[in-house]
Design a protein around this ligand. Sequence first.
Ligand code: HEC
Ligand code: HEC
Length: 208
Amino acid sequence: MKYAIPAFSCLLSVGLCLYSVVAQAQPVSKTPPAIVRSSCYMCHSTHGNDPDLAFIPRLAAQNQVYIEEQLKAFRDGSRADPPATIYMWPIAQGLSEKQIKQAAEWFATQAPAEPFPPGSSASEGRAIFLNGVLKADVPACASCHGPQADGNGIFPRLAGQNAQYLLAQLRYFRSGVRNDKNADIMKQVALHLSDSQMNAVANYLSSL
Ligand code: HEC
Ligand code: HEC
């Protein structure tokens, strides 16, 4: 670990450890579960890959464990950023464990969406993603989210995600309003990022 803060080395080793042990073998179902057909599709689209609404995250190929964790965080109210409280809280309240699992499994096994065209700051974003910002004690995003940004387990896939959504989430981690049980790891990262660095890295990620 070549990062400056000892707390980070610790977080990172936990992260990398989890990163390496969580396996990803899932059966692929062709029929969306009832909960996706009756609810999720309205905003996320049936396959989780609709690019039209920038503040709604793409769920296609997102990690199953991460999706389940977030649905529980919406349900218990710990993920409390404004769009979460408005859109996802009412839906998550009514979800059973079985529906959470079924929806998560469905979206996790869908093909990733088409990436977005890279914005002008994407090359700065790439450097942050791969190397971090040493002077500001920002670790490389790739060390937890994976070199292709496809994540694993509790570490979300970021590749091909809407830039506007990613940028908003980085701000919510920084302000502490997104406060679910794994959010503190990201708060430590986001606290040291400037708005323009957040924008650059979000632009880069949406183009992967
Ligand atoms: C009324 C629109 C709407 C519906 C219906 C909806 N969502 Fe969402 N969902 C959103 C929005 C908006 C967000 C972004 C919340 C935020 O910014 O914190 C979101 C976020 C999420 C996230 C977090 C993704 C991430 O990358 O962290 C998951 C998982 C999710 N929704 C799953 C579902 C599932 C499963 C269903 C169906 C049971 C569903 N959603 C139904 C609007 C909706
Ligand atoms: C030490 C490990 C670690 C590092 C380093 C890290 N992340 Fe994360 N990141 C996480 C975890 C864990 C989560 C899930 C947090 C949660 O569940 O609330 C996350 C979530 C996110 C999300 C929310 C995605 C979504 O779908 O809502 C974004 C955006 C993000 N990270 C971007 C970054 C960027 C950009 C960097 C580099 C500047 C970075 N991360 C570095 C561990 C890390």
